[in-house]
Design a protein around this ligand. Structure first.
Ligand SMILES: Cc1cc2nc3c(=O)[nH]c(=O)nc-3n(C[C@H](O)[C@H](O)[C@H](O)COP(=O)(O)OP(=O)(O)OC[C@H]3O[C@@H](n4cnc5c(N)ncnc54)[C@H](O)[C@@H]3O)c2cc1C
Length: 430
C-alpha cells in the first residue's frame, strides 16, 4: 500500500501529536499553520500534565457560584456581554450540564484519556527524546478558607473512590513545611496530587518540532487554510494563502478557530474561545518546588527549570485579542497573597491564549459530516497540553483504520444531540 498523505491543519499540540503518531504509522505528513508552529494556545499555558483534572468545569451550582463571583472585582471569571447566537447557545448548554449526572458523564469519559496520555508522555519523554523540562512533583490544590478545604474533601473522596486519583491532605502548618515558598498563616491547607507533572510548553514544542522534522514531517508556516476543494463528497485539497495543497486525508486541529470551518465541515462545532493569561519571568529567589493552584482565585504557579510562570483566569470575550491589564493584575495579586517571593521583574512575557472550550469539557475527535476524509481533533478545553498525546494516537489509529485503543464514540459530534449517562465506575477506571 502506498503511504497515505495526511495534511494536518494547525500547528498546536494537537496538530503536532497527530502528525507524530501518523508519521510513526507510516503516513506522509504535512502540517499547515496560519502563523507560527506552537505560537497559539500551546505556547504559554501552565504546562501541567494533570491526571488529577478528571472532573469538568460544569458541576452542580457552578453557574450560581460563577455569577456571584463575577460581581466581585477580583473574579477569575469574566463574560463580555455579547449577542452572539453561538455563544448564547454554548452558555445555555453549559448551564444545562451543571448537574451531577452530566459532571460524572464527562468525567467518566475523560478518565481513560488521562490514563492513556500519561503512559504516552512517559514513552515520548523516555524513549523518543522529547525534551520538556519535565518534572513529576505533583500539583498542590491550595485553599485559603477552611470552608473551601472542607467542601473540597468530598470532591477529593470522589476522585479517589471513582477515578482512583489519590491525594495527600495537608493542613495549614504541614502545607508550609511541604512547600516553604508559601507564606505561613495564609492558606488553610491543601491537597497534593502526587501523580501530576509539569513541563515548559514552549521548550517541549520546540523539541517536538525537531522530532517531527527528523521523521520527515513537513511544517508549512504563515499559510492559512481558507477552504476545501471537494471532489465526489471528499476533500481533494485545501485552499491556502500559498495555493492548493492536496492530500488523501485531512485533520482539522485548529483549536479555538475550528468553528470558522463550520460551513465547510457541515456541522456547528460548539467551541468557544476561553481566554486565559500568563506571565513568564525568571525564577524568584524563594521559588516553589511544587506547582500549585490557588483554588479560590483559580491562579496557577508553574516553577520551571529555566523560568517561572503565573497563569490562568477565564474570560469569554469572543475573539478579542487585546490583553486586559485588569486580568493580568489578578495573577500578580493572588501570587502576592500566598507566596513569600511572588514574582520577579522584568516580566519577560505577558501572554494570552484561547482555550478551545466545549460545553461538556470533552474534546471532539470525529470525521466531518460533510467530508469523510476530513477529521476534526479540537475542543481540548483546559487540558490540551495534557491530552495531546492520547488525541494524536487516537487520530492516527482512526485514520489508518486500526481499532482505536480507547472507544472514540464519546468524543464524536453526535453526542451534542443526545444526553449522556454516567458510565459504570468500573468502565471508567479499568
Ligand atoms: C492560561 C492557560 C493555561 C493553560 N494551562 C494548561 C495546562 O497547564 N495543562 C493543559 O493540559 N492545558 C492547559 N491549557 C489549555 C491548552 O493550552 C489548550 O487546550 C491547548 O493548547 C489547545 O491546543 P490546540 O492544538 O487544540 O490549539 P492551539 O495551540 O491554539 O493550536 C491551533 C492552531 O491552529 C492554527 N490554525 C487555526 N486556524 C487555521 C487555519 N485556517 N489555517 C492554518 N492554521 C490554523 C492556529 O494558528 C493555532 O496555531 C491552558 C490554556 C491557557 C490559556
Amino acid at each position: 500500500m502506498p503511504s497515505q498523505r495526511v495534511l494536518v491543519i494547525g500547528g498546536g499540540i494537537i496538530g503536532a501529536a497527530s502528525a507524530h503518531y501518523l508519521s510513526e504509522a507510516g503516513c506522509d505528513v504535512t502540517i499547515v499553520e496560519r502563523k507560527k508552529f506552537a505560537g497559539a494556545c500551546s505556547h504559554g499555558n501552565c504546562g501541567y500534565i494533570s491526571p488529577s483534572h478528571v472532573l469538568p468545569l460544569h458541576g452542580p451550582g457552578v453557574v450560581t457560584k460563577t455569577m456571584r463571583a463575577m460581581l466581585l472585582p477580583n473574579s477569575p471569571f469574566s463574560i463580555k456581554p455579547q449577542f452572539n447566537p453561538a455563544f448564547l447557545s454554548w452558555m445555555w448548554n453549559f448551564t444545562r450540564n451543571c448537574n451531577v449526572d452530566s459532571q460524572l458523564a464527562s468525567a467518566d469519559r475523560m478518565a481513560p484519556l488521562l490514563k492513556s496520555t500519561n503512559a504516552l508522555y512517559e514513552d515520548l519523554l523516555t524513549n523518543q527524546g522529547l525534551e520538556a523540562e519535565y518534572k513529576k512533583k505533583g500539583c498542590l490544590f491550595v485553599f485559603q478558607s477552611p470552608e473551601g478545604m472542607e467542601y473540597y474533601a468530598k470532591t477529593n473522596e470522589l476522585l479517589m473512590d471513582r477515578y482512583n486519583v489519590p491525594a495527600t491532605r495537608y493542613d495549614a502548618e504541614a502545607l508550609v513545611k511541604l512547600e516553604p515558598a508559601l507564606k505561613p498563616g495564609v492558606a488553610a491547607g491543601g491537597w497534593h496530587y502526587e501523580m501530576d507533572a509539569h513541563v515548559r510548553p514552549d521548550i517541549m514544542m520546540k523539541s517536538w518540532r525537531k522530532i517531527l522534522e527528523s521523521k520527515g514531517v513537513r511544517i508549512v508556516e504563515d499559510c492559512e487554510v481558507t477552504g476545501f476543494d471537494l471532489q465526489g463528497g471528499k476533500a481533494r485539497a485545501v485552499k491556502t494563502t500559498q495555493g492548493d495543497l492536496t492530500a488523501d486525508v485531512f485533520v482539522a486541529a485548529t483549536g479555538s478557530w475550528t468553528p470558522f470551518f463550520n460551513k465547510l465541515l457541515g456541522t456547528a462545532v460548539p467551541i468557544q474561545p476561553g481566554k486565559g493569561y500568563s506571565l513568564t519571568m525568571q525564577r524568584p529567589a524563594v521559588c516553589p518546588e511544587i506547582p500549585m493552584i490557588f483554588q479560590e482565585h483559580k491562579v496557577a504557579i508553574t516553577p520551571m527549570t529555566t523560568g517561572y510562570r503565573i497563569g490562568s483566569t477565564m474570560e469569554f470575550a469572543g475573539y478579542d485579542d487585546r490583553i486586559n491589564q485588569k486580568r493580568i493584575s489578578l495573577l500578580k495579586t493572588a501570587a502576592q497573597l500566598f507566596l513569600k517571593d511572588p514574582y520577579t521583574t522584568p516580566i519577560e512575557q505577558e501572554w494570552f491564549g484561547w482555550r478551545p472550550m466545549t460545553y461538556d469539557n470533552l474534546p471532539i475527535i470525529d470525521q466531518a459530516p460533510s467530508m469523510k476524509n476530513v477529521w476534526i481533533a479540537a475542543g481540548h478545553n483546559m487540558l490540551g497540553l495534557t491530552l495531546g498525546p492520547v488525541t494524536g494516537k487516537l487520530v492516527s489509529e482512526a485514520i489508518i483504520g486500526q481499532p482505536t485503543h480507547i472507544d472514540v464514540t464519546p468524543y464524536r459530534l453526535k453526542r451534542f444531540k443526545t444526553k449522556q449517562k454516567p458510565l459504570s465506575p468500573y468502565a471508567a477506571t479499568t
